[in-house]
Design a protein around this ligand. Structure first.
Ligand code: F6R
Length: 258
């Protein structure tokens, strides 16, 4: 794992935006994976600013979402389908037809999960942006998720329901189930880039980077990925035992490549 520790959440967004820009620039057709939630919003804002400044175009980019709540109307502002359009794709030159997500209102959830798995696999995701839940989830792969899972139906952990209640008018409105890319689907991406900011993510970040690889912290499976980058601010990095080493290694890496 390449662990990049920054001074601030703004710097996390700048570095993530640089990586996304490098992925989509001058490459022909490209598929990227995106996450919703609070953490990547600053990165999306940074990319929108670069697009508005004429520095970047996403005309060649297709987007694949990680997950979607089950039972929520796609037009609902809290659906992830709506969220990514509002926060990002509608503000840049990504056509709606290029934004893909599981349909949480499909009559057969199993068939929809299988369809989405096939779609994502066929696309071949290059960079996959990820956040991490305070319980160690990526996508909505909650503690106990199978490492080999494809896209599937999940029951949200009570911690996730509590964490996500801030987006709804009451906790009772938070859906209890979702369709998510599985851990195997996420691992198939060429370059997973996980972002975490703030002290509340520090225990999950430490478990993911330095803990044992265990289904109890699903993000820890990323330790097996040969090309995974973790970008965290100093608060989210505060429980990492080897943070001085990660900082020094990154400095050395940059000196080598500059
Ligand atoms: C969102 C997703 C989740 C979030 C995670 C962190 O599509 O898949 O794994 O990335 O719950 O959410 P925030 O960034 O809101 O703390």
């Amino acid at each position: 794992m390449r662990v990049i520790i920054t001074e601030s959440p703004a710097e996390v967004a700048t570095i993530a935006a640089d990586m996304i820009a490098d992925t989509v620039r001058g490459k022909g057709e490209v598929s990227i994976g995106l996450a919703t939630g609070s953490t990547p919003i600053a990165t999306y804002k940074e990319l929108i600013a670069r697009y508005q400044a004429g520095e970047i175009s996403f005309a060649n980019t297709s987007v694949y979402m990680l997950d979607e709540y089950i039972g929520i109307d796609r037009a609902d502002e809290n659906s992830y389908y709506r969220t990514i359009r509002r926060e990002f794709s509608e503000q840049v030159d990504i056509d709606d037809s290029r934004v893909h997500s599981p349909n949480g209102q499909a009559s057969s959830v199993a068939a929809e999960a299988a369809r989405y798995e096939e779609t994502v696999r066929a696309a071949g995701v290059s960079l996959q942006l990820l956040g991490i839940g305070s319980d160690g989830h990526i996508g909505f792969n909650e503690p106990g998720s199978a490492f080999d899972s494809p896209t599937h139906r999940v029951i949200l952990h009570p911690q996730t329901v509590r964490d996500n209640a801030r987006f709804f008018s009451s906790i009772d409105e938070v859906p209890r189930e979702a369709i998510t890319q599985g851990l195997a689907t996420i691992r198939a991406a060429e370059h997973p880039v996980l972002l975490a900011t703030g002290e509340s993510k520090a225990p999950a970040v430490a478990a993911m980077v330095e803990g044992p690889v265990t289904a109890h912290c699903p993000a820890s499976i990323l330790q097996f990925h040969p090309n995974c980058t973790v970008i965290v601010d100093s608060a989210a990095a505060s429980q990492l035992l080897d943070r001085e080493f990660y900082i020094a290694a990154e400095k050395q890496r940059r000196a080598r490549t500059s």
